[in-house]
Write a protein that binds this ligand. Structure first.
Ligand code: H79
Length: 458
């Protein structure tokens, strides 16, 4: 090798690194805006599907905090020295016997009724615009044929199918955005516990890049980050690759779960989970698009013992969507499919009810933004969104009295979405008073929430 060759190589390498748009630092990564499409879509479906769908159990009614009701934590809880741990162990030992290992559930996961196009059809009818599937939860089992997860993936064992690939195709064909949840940590992977750096370099990062290059997801939703700071996970290196070089670099959206210090501080959009907002130094100093995630009931994974008392009603879910969107956020509502590959009928029904409401009222949700003027209006059960110069007034209870809105500039047409009749209103200064129309069962546009549109008012 000529003696000048090495410095030239080094120079070329440096040019390559500095010519990249994003550097592997939080300052640089945070400077990339969350793609606009993410703020426009508002409503997504989260899917928790893994080996835990086989036992599909958690103590839904026990008074032990929200996390112990997550059925996807079955393996961990069953080994945990805690009150919740005892409940899981008692159930497991009685049902399956002490010698039955969690790993023994994997071949029982058959997914024999899994029809990805039918799932995608339900998501579309629900009015959801994006889907996020657990490509790998904390149990380490991958829903695609990952080379790094030999014999602990859905092609080698259980469904014998590339679930990530099959669902991605169906969701994209239905015109929705597809994304993946990916757990950084793995509960029982010996490499993770013995040699973190090797785990990150040889297992985790290759899996993440594999997912991105194989399926080109629009969202990369990480979790299980809390054991280590982002530096140890090499998160900014991965994100620089994702934003500079990956096939989805211009459109991918990511969340904020990239290391123990990052939630609500770094990354893409911020996340809450069952309304848990992190209270830590740095949180809230920057404004970012955000997303709330939760199940319809008390768990992300399917829990066979939940009953209607544990489930939110369709009315409650529509109100939740309104509350989040009016606050400037998205709702990522979770479903837990069964081990045989079905979406439980009650979950389908909830989703389709939300979809019917959105069919009429979606224009007050999609592509809207938070209305700052909402701060000066504190009527109960009344929320606001805006789009251009139009203001939407979303009433989660049918108003018994006239609705008063302060802080508008003008008044164009005033209407109720889905209702053909006239809506009376009166403007005085910058306040408008809307008289709710008298509705009958024949012309009532909605069973859950009613939306007034005030055109050209902002
Ligand atoms: O996949 C679903 C849950 O199984 C998963 N996130 C959703 C999307 C989840 N994993 N763990 N948890 C939720 C709860 C974890 C809580 C804790 Fe912590 C981890 C308590 C202390 C460390 C995270 C970091 C919450 C507070 C600090």
């Amino acid at each position: 090798m000529k003696k000048n060759f090495i410095p030239i190589l080094f120079l070329l390498f440096s040019i390559h690194v500095f010519a990249q748009k994003y550097q592997p630092t939080w300052e640089s990564i945070d400077s990339r805006p969350v793609p606009q499409w993410f703020e426009d879509v508002k409503f997504g479906i989260f899917i928790h599907w893994g080996v835990y769908a086989v036992p599909a159990w958690a103590p839904a009614d026990a008074d032990i905090g929200i996390y112990a009701k997550y059925s996807e934590w079955y393996w961990w809880r069953k080994n945990e020295d805690s009150e919740a741990g005892k409940l899981f162990r008692d159930y497991h030992n009685q049902m399956y016997g002490e010698d039955f290992k969690y790993q023994d559930f994997a071949p029982m996961w058959k997914a024999q009724h899994f029809e990805p196009d039918d799932w995608a059809d339900v998501f579309k009818k629900a009015g959801a615009k994006y889907v996020v599937l657990t490509s790998k939860h904390h149990e380490g089992f991958t829903l695609w044929p990952s080379e790094q997860s030999w014999n602990w993936n859905s092609v080698d064992i259980g469904p014998h199918r590339d679930l990530c690939g099959d669902l991605t195709k169906a969701v994209k064909d239905a015109g929705l955005h597809m994304g993946f949840y990916y757990s950084l940590y793995e509960w029982y992977n010996p490499l993770y516990h013995n040699n973190l750096e090797k785990y990150v370099d040889d297992h985790m990062i290759p899996q993440m890049k594999d997912l991105v290059t194989r399926y080109e997801p629009d969202i990369f939703w990480t979790d299980g980050e809390w054991d280590h700071p982002s530096e140890k996970w090499k998160s900014t290196e991965f994100l620089a690759w994702l934003y500079n070089e990956s096939p989805v670099k211009d459109r991918v959206a990511v969340n904020d779960r990239w290391g123990k210090e990052t939630r609500g501080v770094h990354g893409g959009y911020f996340t809450t989970e069952y309304d848990l907002v992190h209270d830590r130094e740095g949180v809230g100093e920057v404004e970012r698009p955000w997303e709330e995630c939760r199940g319809i009931g008390t768990s992300f994974g399917y829990n066979q013992i939940e009953d209607l008392d544990n489930y939110m009603t369709s009315d409650g879910l529509v109100d939740l969507l309104i509350e989040k969107v009016a606050g400037g956020g998205n709702l990522l509502l979770d479903i837990g499919p069964t081990a045989d590959g079905r979406i439980p009928v009650i979950q389908q029904q909830r989703l389709l009810d939300i979809g019917s409401w959105l069919d009429i009222n979606g224009e007050a949700i999609y592509e809207t933004r938070k209305w700052e003027g909402a701060e000066n209006n504190d009527a109960e059960n009344v929320y606001f969104t805006r789009k251009g110069n139009d203001l939407y007034v979303l009433c989660t209870k049918f108003p018994e009295k006239p609705v008063i809105v302060k802080g508008i500039k003008n008044v164009g047409k005033v209407s109720m979405l889905g209702f053909d009749g006239k809506v009376k209103s009166k403007k005085s200064g910058n306040t408008i008073t809307i008289t709710p129309p008298v509705l009958s069962p024949i012309n009532n546009p909605s069973p859950y929430a009613w939306v007034f549109k005030i055109e050209d008012s902002l």
